[in-house]
Design a protein around this ligand. Structure first.
Ligand code: MLT
Ligand code: MN
Ligand code: ZN
Length: 298
């Protein structure tokens, strides 16, 4: 399978339209520092078959950015778009509204995520006058996987963190998941986890067996959201394990055999500046920061 990193930013992107922090200002001055909302395209071995993991506000620009995702051959329109979701957060789902020109949209997600999109965001009622939707379960890893474009897909449940618009919805371990992608022909596995609240035993086991792991790189350290004024909570309190420091993910990822890349970077994260010394800390541990537009063959 081929993985394309379509975007690598947390909600708001880099730069965020209403923010003048050093990360956002730096991205206005240096175009190559811009990051769009995190999303992954997966191209399977079946001819012209692909799907997305997460569909944020930049989704249609993402589909234009890569030849393999554009319509065709000839003047044929892209008939169907398939989207897998890690969670129901707006930065991962509002792109579904931008895909309304499709004849059909297939959405694969855990049960609480499907319920939030249907009952709280009203996606069925809003989109049905434009297109048709079909909703599929993204089964929990260990159960029979769902095969999408020849790739076996499942959800490693990560946390019960609900989006703010569904804060009063029932608790469920599947609100936030890592999407597990397994290519049965090549025997390769990737995990996509842009929101990681907790390093659970289940996640550790899956990460240890994967070839490539995308991990939550929202904040560099636990105090970053408070220091920058983004939130009164710590990074961990916001449902994002920090990269660095006690309880950070870098130390754990460095022990894995997989290729590990950080994604979902917030604009306050020093890593959005390519000259920041924090890049050296990660490189010393063999870890990478994903960029928009990377192509990874697994
Ligand atoms: C998150 O990653 O925690 C959410 O996208 C934040 C939000 O926009 O509410
Ligand atoms: Mn987010
Ligand atoms: Zn900013």
């Amino acid at each position: 399978m081929l993985l394309l990193t379509l975007g690598t930013a947390a909600g708001g992107g880099v730069p965020q339209w209403n923010c003048a922090c050093p990360g956002c200002s730096g991205a206005r001055a240096h175009h190559d520092r811009r990051r769009t909302h995190d999303s992954l395209a997966v191209i399977g071995d079946e001819p012209s078959s692909w799907f997305l993991v997460n569909a944020g506000p930049d989704v249609t620009d993402h589909l234009e950015a890569h030849a393999a995702l554009r319509p065709g051959p000839g003047d044929a329109r892209t008939p169907v778009v398939r989207v897998l979701l890690t969670d129901a957060e707006l930065d991962h789902t509002i792109g579904l509204l931008r895909l309304r020109e499709a004849r059909h949209i297939e959405i694969h997600a855990t049960e609480p995520v499907r319920r939030a999109l249907r009952d709280r965001l009203g996606l069925d009622a809003t989109l049905t006058p434009y297109t048709t939707l079909s909703w599929h379960d993204l089964p929990r890893t260990g159960q029979n996987p769902a095969v999408v474009a020849g790739i076996e897909t499942s959800a490693v449940h990560l946390s019960a963190k609900r989006p703010r618009y569904a804060a009063d919805a029932p608790e469920d371990s599947g609100w936030v998941a890592a999407v597990r992608l397994h290519d049965p022909v090549r025997g390769t596995t990737a995990l996509y986890a842009p929101a990681l609240a907790e390093w659970s035993g289940e996640f550790a086991e899956e990460a240890a067996a994967a070839d490539c792991v995308f991990v939550d790189g929202t904040f560099w350290d636990d105090e970053e959201p408070r220091r920058s004024g983004v939130s009164s909570r710590t990074s961990t309190g916001m449902g994002h394990l920090p990269v660095h420091g006690p309880g950070g993910t870098a130390e754990r990822l460095a022990k894995l055999p997989a290729r590990c890349l950080y994604t979902h970077l917030n604009n306050t994260n020093p890593l959005v500046d390519p000259s920041a010394p924090q890049h050296g800390v990660l490189a010393g541990r063999g870890l990478e920061v994903a960029q928009d537009g990377m192509v990874i063959e697994l």
